[in-house]
Write a new protein. Structure first.
Length: 172
């Protein structure tokens, strides 16, 4: 089942009402930056504070979501009976203004906390999302598919950013 703009807003509303940190990532994060939905989305990617994982699960449990995959500390996935999915990327925040996510194999992804606080729009609602530059960084390090290519090209065009090398190769 697709994750609609209304579904995204309901999730963000529930988390924000509970005073939880949330930043929209992935395809919906790209669409938030662009201010419009550019394609269907089969899930919602969210960055959260790793210290709030339990509270996030309780909050969304009240909305019908339950644990499907637990790959902590890297990620976890919540789903509803209707197969709406949220892929969470928990990060811990340090006192120097950086956020960190533990990746598989002991690697660490770090970014400036301010890059998680960009503003975008989904379904007419303002949401907190990743900056365009952080979205581009998150779209590297793996073989991009057609959706990744579309997302990155739209971001680069809208924000006048250079295409990352992996997105320049093999272009016609």
């Amino acid at each position: 089942m697709a994750m609609t703009a209304a579904d995204v807003c309901a999730v963000v509303d529930a988390l924000e009402r509970s005073k939880l940190f949330v930043s929209v990532d992935g395809g919906w994060g790209v669409d938030a930056l662009l201010g419009r939905q550019t394609r269907p989305h089969d899930d919602l990617d969210l960055v959260i504070d790793i210290e709030q994982v339990r509270t996030v699960c309780e909050c969304l449990g009240a909305c019908g979501y339950s644990m499907q995959a637990d790959e902590m500390p890297t990620r976890f996935v919540l789903v509803t009976d209707g197969d709406r999915r949220i892929d969470f990327h928990p990060m811990y925040f340090d006192a120097t203004g950086f956020a960190h996510q533990r990746l598989p194999g002991g690697k660490l992804f770090s970014c400036r906390t301010v890059a998680l606080g960009h503003r975008g729009r989904i379904g007419g609602r303002e949401v907190q999302c990743l900056s365009p530059e952080l979205q581009l960084a998150a779209h590297t390090g793996y073989e991009p598919d057609a959706q990744d290519r579309q997302d990155v090209e739209l971001l680069c065009c809208r924000f006048e950013l250079p295409l990352p090398p992996a997105y320049r190769e093999g272009r016609r």
